[in-house]
Design a protein around this ligand. Structure first.
Ligand code: UD1
Ligand code: MG
Length: 491
């Protein structure tokens, strides 16, 4: 086995997070498309550790439910009523095999920007040293609130002191404990058994392990990182937003470096699992969420929100909302389109302005350009759906499906009262209310025939401007020679 591969990662997630003022446990708040705990677990998994355990207590059942759905192989460790990070790690170890040896990493469930690369580098540096403990530290301009790293005169890490327990001189130290560590498993187990609760908070501090390691003659290293964002935890909603914005900035930067044009990263929000092809352009005000993927050369935005949606190469999507939809290569969507789950738009198809679709299979080159609702429908290749067409799929009790065949043409303002099947190569007259199937080559006319009633305006609306206009028009019709129009040769 690779010596730098840790035996286990223990993720601490038992704390209350009272400053969130939330009925949702802190670690289940989300940025970048997953929970804070989800980010921590991803980083932990990147180390390829044999075991990853999550220590839970506050809102235990909800956190455990999330863990099971996110990663079925996580080991759940319950913390008892003894408080403190030291106790949490002890409980984490208890849930792992008793004979576990090698390196154990400890991280927090509320530090979402910590990367897998940093944990791998920590594990490598720890393995390369002969230290029993390696602690990730950073130099902060404002270290308040953090535990401080106290070094001995030769510069070795001597101990970590919590701010609340620190002397005024120690509070001046700017090297902070990130709370992320690599430990030798045996040393960790032995040291934790000796950690007490004699401190201002009456808690069992994990940080005390550092001093105990030194007292037993073991070395402690600092793994200093120069990216303090990676050690920053979320304590309240202000920090949640700050870290969310920084995570997004990093995600956008990664895509830009891979050849994606993002015109305004500040107003573009991209979840961590989104993929974007080269030479795609993302215009301002766009959110790409969940498992969304964007094909090469596509143009998405402005003002587009896509959730778990696939956009094909060269497609264009503007001012649209789509959820669980598939947009084919070279297709055009928007502006002002709403694609609901189960929408599939074929290559070079179109879903235009003020069109809502759901469970709609709109095949290659088919168009629903204007002001329509297409729910529970299959629209064949090259078919054209006129403006204002409604597929009335719901009868108040059940949903029904309709289909429009290839290269068929549905006239504007048609209501298709589902279920109706329109064959390939058929026409439907504008304004129809269809309740029956239409065969190949037929035109369906499903509306009352037009009837014009002579003299109605003068009789029913005498003395109005409309009546006057009618009288003038009729006089002009009856004596065309009184106002000849030389340019207009029509009789
Ligand atoms: C801890 C460190 C401090 C460090 C800081 C970095 C200790 C004693 N102090 O302080 O040196 O600078 O983190 O952010 O370790 N947790 C549990 N069970 C508990 C207590 C905490 O699981 O009983 C979890 C929390 O959910 C959280 C993490 O451990 O994810 C840190 O706990 P927190 O109370 O925030 O520790 P700090 O006081 O910030
Ligand atoms: Mg904290």
């Amino acid at each position: 086995m690779n010596a730098t591969r840790p035996a286990a990662v223990i993720v601490l997630a038992a704390g209350e997070g009272t400053r969130m003022k939330s009925s949702t446990p802190k670690v289940l708040h989300r940025i970048g498309g997953t929970t804070l705990l989800g980010h921590a677990v991803r980083a932990a998994r990147a180390t390829r550790a044999a075991h990853v355990s999550v220590v839970v207590r506050h809102e235990r059942d909800r956190v455990v439910e999330f863990c099971a759905a996110f990663d079925a192989d996580l080991v759940i460790a319950d913390q008892d009523e003894v408080k403190g990070t030291g106790r949490a790690v002890e409980c984490g170890l208890d849930a792992l095999p008793a004979d576990l040896t090698g390196t154990v990493l400890v991280t927090y469930g509320d530090v979402p920007l910590l990367t897998g690369e940093t944990l791998v580098a920590l594990a490598e540096a720890h393995a390369a040293s002969d230290s029993a403990v390696s602690v990730v530290t950073a130099h902060l301009a404002d270290p308040s609130g953090y535990g401080r790293v106290v070094r001995d005169p030769d510069g070795h890490v001597a101990r970590i002191v919590e701010q609340k327990d620190a002397s005024p001189a120690e509070r001046e130290l700017t090297e902070i404990n990130s709370g992320i560590y690599a430990f030798d498993a045996d040393l960790l187990r032995e040291a934790l058994a000796r950690v007490g609760t004699d401190n201002v908070q009456g808690e069992k501090y994990l940080t005390d392990v550092v001093q105990i390691a030194r007292e037993t003659g073991r070395a402690v290293s600092a793994h200093v990182i120069d990216d303090p964002w990676q050690t920053e935890g979320v304590n309240d909603r202000v920090q949640l937003a700050e870290l969310g914005r920084e995570l997004n900035r990093r995600v956008c930067e990664r895509h830009m470096r891979e050849g994606v044009t993002i015109v305004d990263p500040a107003t573009t929000w991209v979840d961590v699992d989104v993929s974007i092809g080269r030479d795609a352009t993302v215009l301002p005000g766009t959110q790409l969420l969940g498992a969304t993927s964007i094909g090469e050369g596509a143009v998405v935005g402005p003002e587009v929100t896509l959730t778990d949606t696939e956009v094909g190469a060269g497609a264009q999507v503007s001012r649209a909302v789509a959820n669980l939809a598939v947009i084919g290569d070279g297709a055009v969507v928007g502006p002002y389109s709403y694609l609901r789950p189960g929408t599939r738009l074929g290559a070079r198809g179109k879903i235009g302005g003020f069109v809502e679709t759901k469970n709609a299979d709109i095949r290659e080159g088919a168009k629903v350009p204007h002001l329509s609702y297409a729910g529970d429908v299959t629209i064949g290749e090259g078919a054209n759906i006129g403006a204002g067409t409604i597929f009335a799929n719901y009868d108040g009790v059940a949903k029904h499906h309709s289909s429009v065949g290839a290269h068929s043409f549905v006239g504007s303002h048609t209501v298709v009262v589902s279920p109706v099947d329109i064959a390939d190569g058929a026409y439907v007259a504008a304004g129809s209310a269809l309740t029956q199937d239409v065969g190949p080559g037929q035109i369906a006319v499903a509306r009352a025939r037009q009837r014009n009633v002579d003299g109605w305006v003068e009789r029913a609306r005498p003395g109005t401007r409309t009546a006057e206009a009618a009288a003038r028009a009729r006089a002009a019709q009856q004596s065309p020679s009184t106002d000849p129009t030389p340019e207009d040769p029509t009789p």
